[in-house]
Write a protein that binds this ligand. Structure first.
Ligand SMILES: CC(C)(COP(=O)(O)OP(=O)(O)OC[C@H]1O[C@@H](n2cnc3c(N)ncnc32)[C@H](O)[C@@H]1OP(=O)(O)O)[C@@H](O)C(=O)NCCC(=O)NCCS
Length: 180
């Protein structure tokens, strides 16, 4: 039963009350209240790829996203008013969760969407994994600030992990211990 409820929650995670209040009392809810996190589908890929290409110098191509679908990873989008504003992907195996990508459309950054998605991923992994890991470029000070605020700690460096314009760039490895 618990498994079934988790599956349903994975498909639609949304507070339907907010939609009701938005219709009846439009001033009583904010954009943040109406953000909806749901499973990414193939139909989302044009929006996702458009954000991906704006955000990264070395973006993922479509096949990486479809491979993540096939692997059964948690692939989610955050939408508002039927527009995809951001997305995130999480893999889970043998007690370890790994954030593979988290990305918010450039014109939507700084409004709490990245934090909302990260909180969601942490919630998904809690109870299933003991630790959640991610890699980040040392130059990505905004992302590092978000991860540190959420309690992630640096656990190491992967040398030359990322492609870069002048060769390769290291990755900082961060981890968060998950407690139920
Ligand atoms: C990193 C990213 C996902 C953050 O998403 P966001 O929606 O802009 O972040 P939020 O608005 O939720 O910010 C969350 C916290 O991080 C901090 N933060 C976010 N960007 C920051 C920046 N550039 N500088 C300093 N702090 C920053 C905010 O102060 C905020 O703290 P608060 O909630 O206490 O105010 C987003 O900037 C992004 O998509 N970047 C491009 C893709 C990318 O680099 N992804 C990460 C790969 S490892």
């Amino acid at each position: 039963m618990r498994g079934l409820i988790d599956k349903i929650k994975k498909i639609v995670v949304y507070d339907a009350d907010n939609e009701f209040y938005a219709k009846v009392f439009p001033d009583s809810v904010t954009k943040k209240d109406l953000l909806r996190i749901r499973t990414m589908t193939h139909a989302d890929l044009p929006s996702v790829l458009s954000i991906e290409r704006k955000n990264y110098e070395f973006p993922w191509e479509e096949d990486i996203f479809t491979d993540c679908f096939k692997a059964g990873y948690d692939c989610l989008v955050c939408e508002y008013d039927q527009s995809v504003l951001g997305y995130c992907l999480l893999s889970m195996a043998v007690g370890e969760a790994h954030i593979l990508n988290i990305s918010v459309a450039p014109n939507e950054q700084g409004q709490g969407i990245g934090r909302r998605m990260l909180e969601h991923l942490i919630e998904l992994a809690t109870g299933k994994a003991e630790t959640i890991f991610l890699e980040v470029r040392p130059s990505n000070v905004g992302a590092i600030a978000l991860y540190e605020k959420m309690g992630f700690n640096e656990i190491g460096v992967r040398k030359g992990y990322y492609p870069a314009t002048n060769g390769r760039e290291d990755a900082i490895m961060l981890a968060l211990e998950l407690f139920e």
